[in-house]
Design a protein around this ligand. Structure first.
Ligand code: SF4
Length: 83
């Protein structure tokens, strides 16, 4: 789960992670469910850029990270000059 992963980590940006305060269910919805609420929370999160960078660097495949869904992160990785 996202929250446990964030709370258990010593990575500095995770101390400001809004998802640690709001609940992880938004960030790992059932297949076909909306990620709109997770994205809204990410849009308010100070750690968004660092979170997205971390997810891309660690090839996180599931859930919303840094405001992007799994599909959006995959598209970003496939886009030339995306790094
Ligand atoms: S950007 Fe979103 S997923 Fe990343 S730490 Fe912030 S709230 Fe959590």
């Amino acid at each position: 789960m996202h929250i446990e992963a964030i709370i258990a980590s010593d990575i500095p940006w995770q101390a400001q992670a809004l998802c640690a305060q709001t609940g992880g269910d938004f960030f790992f919805p059932e297949p076909g469910s909306s990620v709109r609420e997770a994205k809204r929370i990410c849009g308010l999160c100070e750690s968004r850029a660092a979170c997205l960078e971390y997810a891309l660097a660690h090839d996180e495949r599931f859930g919303v990270w840094g405001g992007l869904s799994e599909k959006e992160r995959l598209q970003l990785r496939r886009t030339p000059d995306s790094k």
